[in-house]
Write a protein that binds this ligand. Structure first.
Ligand SMILES: Cc1ncc(COP(=O)(O)O)c(C=O)c1O
Length: 399
């Protein structure tokens, strides 16, 4: 049976507090109880439908969490103030001192820095591996390994993880398999392929307006309850709480995600094909020569294409900077990090979003200086965009 995540979002039905088609925004940090007994039960986690304090949960945050759980097909979900808030809390919840994590080496720079520089202070250590080689992943496991971590499609090299193969390894060795699905919302559904926990930075495609920072952790009721526990829950105790106003606005944007993903992906495919024909080294999983093409195809839900992100290697950082400045001047988009905006965004990840990764390691993983990461916009006339981009490339001598 094909999995259809957009239908799950479409089928959600809301009757707001006053019959509004959008749920009313909860504007309270604390909640009254009609009896002291209910308050006690709520603190004990036994009063379904009652709220105690908005760092724990709030109606607006629960609405957004449930919509994202519907998208990913997990039992439930909890939202966080940022993608990093979701990632760090989930990992700290799953690991004790002395535990070991096996992670893909091509993960978002912030995640890499957390695993490499921050979490070792709790005696939790990480081995970074080439996630596209299941045999290498299995060889890196130790008797202390608790978590297998990767991005379904990695930032910024667009490596594609074979989630089914990795889930098998995780099951065999009783590991929690945690997948960051920020780069492939709707197109890949990690839980359906065996992931235990699915995380997103909502800041990117899901919100899609570059006006909010947010994250979500989707998983089993038991795991999400543990994150929210007043006694030892990382989300509750570390406090990466999303604001209710933001939760309400992200929920509204989520409803058009399927339309945006189609247009972004269609534009990305068009440009990737053209750039490749122009003999530029182009990284895009939709291209047949991309090492992850078949793997992406095997795992994808139809309709949403191969994603928004296209990489182009223009040879050197100087050339990359020159081209990006010119493209901004010609109003093709913005020289900015992040992804999923209506206008194209471009940056050189080696010196920005992945700068936490030491240069030697960047080289080893194939992250070159001259790589420009494009988050392709929603341009209605992509041919016009291509023509202007090509003339910029000619002007700086790349073509
Ligand atoms: C794949 C991925 N995961 C997580 C994050 C972190 O998310 P946030 O910036 O919302 O904390 C990012 C941010 O760039 C990302 O690209």
């Amino acid at each position: 049976m094909k999995y259809k995540p957009a239908n799950n979002i479409q089928d959600l039905q809301y009757f707001g507090e006053y019959g509004g088609v959008n749920p009313s925004i909860s504007d309270s940090s604390t909640y009254t109880f009609l009896s002291a007994k209910t308050m006690f039960d709520t603190f004990e986690g036994n009063a379904e439908g009652c709220y105690l304090y908005s760092r724990h949960s709030s109606p607006s945050n629960l609405y957004l969490g449930e919509a994202l759980a519907a998208m990913e097909g997990t039992e439930t979900a909890t939202v966080a103030a940022s993608g990093m808030g979701a990632i760090t809390s989930a990992l700290l919840q799953l690991c004790q001192a002395g535990d070991h994590i096996v992670s893909s080496r091509t993960v978002y720079g912030g995640t890499y820095a957390f695993l490499k520089n921050f979490i070792p202070k709790f005696n939790i250590n990480t081995s970074f591996v080439d996630i596209t080689k299941p045999e290498v992943v299995e060889a890196a496991l130790t008797k202390n390994t608790k978590v297998l971590y990767c991005e379904a499609v990695s930032n910024p090299l667009l490596e594609v993880a074979d989630l089914e193969a990795l889930a098998k390894i995780a099951k065999k060795h009783q590991l929690s398999f945690v997948v960051d699905n920020t780069f492939s919302p709707l197109s890949i559904s990690p839980e359906k392929l065996g992931a235990d926990v699915v995380i997103h930075s909502l800041t990117k495609f899901i919100n899609g307006s570059s006006d909010a920072v947010g994250g979500v952790t989707c998983g089993s009721q038991e795991f999400i309850n543990s994150l929210r526990s007043v006694n030892d829950g990382a989300n509750m105790l570390l406090g990466p709480t999303m604001d209710s106003m933001r939760a309400a606005s992200i929920l509204k944007n989520l409803r058009t995600l399927h339309i945006r993903m189609k247009q972004h992906s269609q534009n990305a495919m068009y440009l990737a094909e053209r750039f490749q024909q122009d003999n530029l080294r182009t990284v895009y999983p939709g291209l047949k020569n991309h090492p992850g093409h078949e793997s992406f195809k095997k795992q994808m839900n139809e309709d949403y294409g191969f994603g928004i992100d296209v990489g182009i290697d223009v040879g050197s950082l100087d050339k990359a900077n020159e081209l990006m400045e010119l493209m901004q001047e010609k109003n093709l988009g913005y020289l900015a990090v992040s992804l999923g905006f209506y206008k194209t965004l471009f940056s050189a990840p080696g010196s920005s979003t992945s700068s936490e990764i030491p240069v030697e390691e960047q080289k080893e993983m194939g992250l070159s200086d001259g790589l420009i990461r494009f988050s392709i916009g929603l341009d209605n006339e992509i041919e016009r965009t291509y023509k202007t981009m090509k003339s910029c490339m000619q002007e700086v001598g790349i073509l």
